[in-house]
Design a protein around this ligand. Structure first.
Ligand SMILES: *Cc1c(COP(=O)(O)O)cnc(C)c1O
Length: 230
């Protein structure tokens, strides 16, 4: 299937999940994760109507963005080393992996005073040791401490669920992230509206949408994986 056909198929799956959960499709944004594909394929995604692009490495992400130009919104979805903040801060619209104060401090240092850095706090809901992110019970106090870094806006929470053949198993993880998001939003901190939920990937996005995802990050199922021989 072409990228365009894949995108249409994903959109109809989203629609189904929205009907099931009484949500509106306009509240679900698809991020095309282009880390495994070329510039050409990334362009095809934009031509097919995708408006959000996700990259997880500073160098390759910047290279791709430079080649493509200022189209769409760019999301940095990988873990970010503090020393790379300077390179990416003005190039990406959203950062999905804020997980430590040292990174917040670097965002503050590298941003102009008036500039807002839109971040998701990454949460390790499943507790797998291989995953990064804060433990759920650390999130509230972490967000409270971010008051010291006025450049940062917390737009929402992000998680990666463990890979499983049975996507239904990820439901409790997505539900827990939504409940935590609601708790943070209820604090009504001016710098943390925290209305968004970045969760769901190729194998589990339908369940994530049913549980309230507002940004789903889809690589393989949308643009494929050009690093794997088929
Ligand atoms: C690679 C990646 C994705 C997309 O994974 P697929 O399974 O190919 O859809 C989503 N989120 C993050 C953080 C990633 O690194």
């Amino acid at each position: 299937m072409s990228v365009e056909e894949q995108f249409q198929s994903i959109q109809s799956q989203i629609q189904e999940a929205c009907v099931k959960s009484n949500r509106q499709t306009k509240d679900v944004n698809v991020i095309a994760v282009t880390k495994y594909v070329s510039e050409e394929t990334t362009r095809k995604a934009l031509e097919a109507g995708v408006t959000h692009i996700g990259e997880n490495r500073a160098e390759s992400g910047l290279e791709k963005k430079k080649a493509i130009g200022n189209q769409g919104y760019w999301h940095f979805i990988g873990s970010l080393q503090s020393r790379k903040v300077k390179q990416v801060i003005n190039e990406f619209d959203y950062f999905h992996s804020l997980d430590r104060l040292s990174l917040a401090k670097e965002f503050q240092k590298q941003s102009g005073d008036s500039q807002k850095v839109q971040c998701f706090v990454q949460v390790n809901v499943s507790g797998e040791t291989s995953k990064s992110g804060l433990n759920p019970e650390e999130v509230i106090s972490f967000v409270e401490k971010l008051e010291a870094y006025p450049s940062i806006t917390i737009v929402g929470l992000m998680t990666m669920a463990p890979f499983t053949e049975d996507a239904e198993k990820t439901r409790p993880i997505f539900k827990a992230l939504r409940e935590l998001r609601d708790e943070v939003a209820a604090l009504q901190l001016p710098y943390a509206p925290c209305s968004e939920l970045s969760m769901g990937m190729s194998n589990d996005y339908r369940v994530a949408v049913e549980e309230g995802a507002t940004f789903i990050r889809i690589g393989t199922a949308l643009v494929g994986n050009e690093t794997k021989a088929d």
